[in-house]
Design a protein around this ligand. Structure first.
Ligand code: HSE
Length: 307
């Protein structure tokens, strides 16, 4: 068995509007490559070759934390080095930390002979999220590992469902260069919601799931409305309302905050519409001189894979 493996781990978008901490989807071909190599001792080593100053201490890097959780569960004492090549800037809201956690557990599981199934890997990858944001949420790592759209039906015990991906469904994403930490974006949310907000929200989660099954873009769009999180978090994102209004005017199915932000994503039917939306979102930030990166992707139906 080889002692080194190279994997691709997709970026992901969590929440999908109404589904805070439960819904997410993977991107197609956008994410990170990671090389994981077994070492001769039991130390975890983060190689200093990425361009984003990722934490080098093994107890502070999501990849080594998640991989260690897997090794502990397997009762194996081994060490690995991790080298990352990320396409997306950390802190974007596009699940960059989750891609590392998911990539690491997938890679180590392959190297030790695949003792765990993909659903078990989700639980180990969540430990990276716990270390980073204080909460072991799975809405990024689940689509990372399973691909497509996923729903975390329950956290205790974890019950993750894979949802269908409608054909010809694209996503345009704009990442304005402002810093939003997931920890802060979580802390700013109220711990209680009003009953009428909850009713509207769970109606929408059901509607969105049904829309994915039926490939009903109208239903998907109107179900994405978020009554709880978006009204609070959008205050951290410059020109959020303008960007969303423009995306919808250009034909977006729906538009919301990607994960904890600051990226904004918009669904579109077909690549041409997605291109138009992407350009119009970028133009809003260009006009006021805010640096913003944009991305366009089909919904990625594949999770982490060996390269
Ligand atoms: N569901 C999480 C949140 C995703 O919105 O805080 C963080 O990337």
């Amino acid at each position: 068995m080889s002692n080194s493996i190279k994997v691709f781990s997709p970026s992901t978008v969590a929440n999908v509007g109404c589904g805070y901490d439960v819904l997410g989807f993977a991107l197609d071909g956008i994410g990170e490559e990671m090389v994981v190599t077994e070492l001769s001792d039991d130390k975890m080593v983060i190689l200093e070759n990425d361009k984003f100053d990722l934490p080098l201490k093994p107890d502070k890097n999501v990849a080594s934390v998640a991989a260690q959780a897997l090794l502990d569960a397997a009762g194996i004492k081994k060490g690995y080095s991790f080298a990352f090549d990320k396409q997306i800037h950390p802190g974007s809201g596009m699940g960059t930390s989750a891609s590392s956690s998911a990539g690491a557990v997938f890679a180590v599981n392959e190297l030790i002979g695949r003792p765990f199934n993909t659903h078990q890997l989700v639980e180990f990858a969540m430990e990276g999220e716990r270390m980073l944001s204080g909460k072991a949420h799975a809405d990024n790592v689940a689509p990372n590992l399973l691909g497509g759209f996923t729903l975390v039906r329950a956290y205790g015990p974890l019950d993750v469902l894979q949802l269908p991906t409608p054909d010809n469904m694209y996503v345009a994403i704009v990442h304005p260069q402002v810093v939003v930490k997931t920890t802060d974006a979580k802390r700013m949310l109220k711990q209680t919601v009003k009953l009428d907000q909850a009713v509207a929200q769970w109606g929408n989660v059901g509607g969105l799931v049904s829309g994915l099954y039926e490939s009903d873009f109208g239903l998907i769009g109107r179900s994405m409305e978020d009554h709880i999180v978006e009204p609070v978090r959008k205050l951290l994102i410059p020109l959020y309302d303008e960007v969303k209004a423009k995306a919808l005017e250009e034909g977006a199915i729906g538009c919301s905050i990607a994960g904890s932000g600051p990226s904004i994503f918009a669904f579109a039917e077909g690549k041409a519409t997605a291109e138009k939306i992407k350009a119009s979102m970028q133009a809003i930030y260009d006009e006021v001189g805010i640096l913003a990166y944009t991305y366009l992707s089909k919904i990625g139906t594949e999770g982490v894979r060996v390269l």
